[in-house]
Write a protein that binds this ligand. Structure first.
Ligand code: NAD
Ligand code: IPM
Ligand code: MN
Length: 363
């Protein structure tokens, strides 16, 4: 198939990990006979430096006409002055809103070979397989903001329509998994959470085959560590989802491992690792590219319907996690490029029997 993918490498380690994911997608295209065209655009701090804006119009136009968007990370100390007029992160938020990608899927699995890297004891890690569905275009991230000399506010607003669509997505996803949905809120304090809880409860009537439980976010932060194996699909609002998924990444062993898919109503999605621009290791070739490579697999699965190819990437990554090479965050001393090379080699090895079968048939 033919597909146009916009890449937004961004800042810090963003370009380093994006380059690896593009190399992996190119290898998949060649092996499976697809034609992927990549168009690179500016977003984030690099876009501010070049154009004064974090999300230039040309970038947004390109993303809107793409089949999928692959993103590295944005931000960094250079643009982090709390008094700055414009910030890289505004570009990312603007893009998510403009593309209407309200459901951010963040899967957590623990690879057995990495169990020792988890802060949790091995027995807690058995059967950990959680899919977080983070609401991505509402809440405090997008409410009105005010600032005076001694006061600041961030409005947190949700409509029933916003809650309902992400809840339905989470119920649908739970249906395809273990049919257990945990909705996380702060309904004992926040009015938005009470609207959230009653909306999710109402929607649940349409999914009688899915078991629904509600959990307050503070105890959820604890329970996620105490019994991560209990959870199947977890749906929550924007800010809670941001925080809980970085916590989830620690369970897996590194923030560098977790991918994400941001989806709306159509096929177009944004795919990015959940980590940031990692300024402390940027430019050194130390970044773990696994979260971005796995995001490329999600891109194939959700935007292009290429399930076999997505699974091939996941298998190739799984082998690297099992056998190495490992970057420093995983206790190894391999570079970003070493991991890239190993994933490409695994992909090729896995495809080899297919090629030889074809050769036998035609030769
Ligand atoms: P961060 O995720 O960039 O880094 C946190 C820690 O995790 C650092 O020690 C970093 O080295 C490590 N880390 C992150 N990704 C890694 C990888 N792939 N391999 C190995 N180690 C990795 O979070 P931060 O330091 O709080 O934020 C830095 C900047 O990134 C901020 O400007 C923030 O706004 C931005 N950010 C952007 C995104 C995004 O673009 N989607 C996401 C999160 C943070
Ligand atoms: C993420 C990031 C972003 C968020 C920032 C950079 C705006 O932390 O994708 O998790 O908070 O959504
Ligand atoms: Mn985050």
């Amino acid at each position: 198939m033919k597909a146009m993918i916009v890449t937004l490498p961004g800042d810090g380690v963003g370009p380093e990990v994006t380059a690896v994911a593009v190399a992996v997608l190119n290898a998949v295209a060649e092996q499976y006979g697809h034609e992927f065209t990549f168009k690179e655009h500016l977003m984030g701090g690099c876009a501010i430096d070049a154009t004064g804006e974090p999300l230039p119009a040309a970038t947004l136009t390109a993303c809107k006409s793409a089949d999928a968007v692959l993103l590295g990370a944005v931000g960094g100390p250079k643009w982090s002055d709390p008094n700055a007029e414009v910030r890289p992160e505004q570009g990312l938020l603007g893009l998510r809103a403009a593309l209407g990608v309200y459901a951010n899927l963040r899967p957590l699995v623990v690879h057995p070979a990495l169990a020792a890297l988890s802060p949790l004891k091995a027995d807690r890690l058995e059967a950990v397989d959680v899919l977080f569905v983070r609401e991505l275009t509402g809440g405090a991230y997008f409410g009105a903001k005010t600032r005076s000399a001694d006061t600041a506010t961030d409005e947190c607003k949700y409509t029933t329509a916003e809650v309902e669509r992400v809840a339905r997505r989470a119920f649908e996803l739970a249906r395809g998994r273990r049919k257990h949905l945990t909705s996380v809120d702060k309904a004992n304090v926040l009015e938005t959470s009470r609207l959230w809880r009653s909306t999710v409860t109402r929607v649940a009537a349409d999914y009688p085959d899915v078991t629904l439980e509600h959990q307050l976010v503070d105890s959820m932060a604890m329970l996620l560590l105490a019994r991560p194996g209990h959870y199947d699909v977890v749906v929550t609002e924007n800010l809670f989802g941001d925080i809980l998924t970085d916590e989830a990444a620690a369970i897996a062993g590194s923030l560098g491992l977790l991918p994400s898919a941001s989806l709306g109503e159509g096929k177009l999605g944004i795919y990015e690792p959940i980590h940031g621009s990692a300024p402390d290791i940027a430019g050194k070739g130390l970044a773990d590219p696994v979260g971005t490579i796995l995001s490329a697999a999600l891109l194939l699965r959700h935007s292009l319907d290429l399930e076999m190819e997505a699974a091939a990437i996941e298998a190739a990554v799984g082998e690297v996690l099992a056998q190495g090479p490992h970057t420093r965050d995983l206790g190894g001393n391999a570079s970003t490029r070493d991991v890239c090379g190993a994933v490409l080699a695994n992909l090729q090895r896995a495809a080899a029997p297919v090629v030889s079968r074809a050769q036998r048939a035609f030769g």
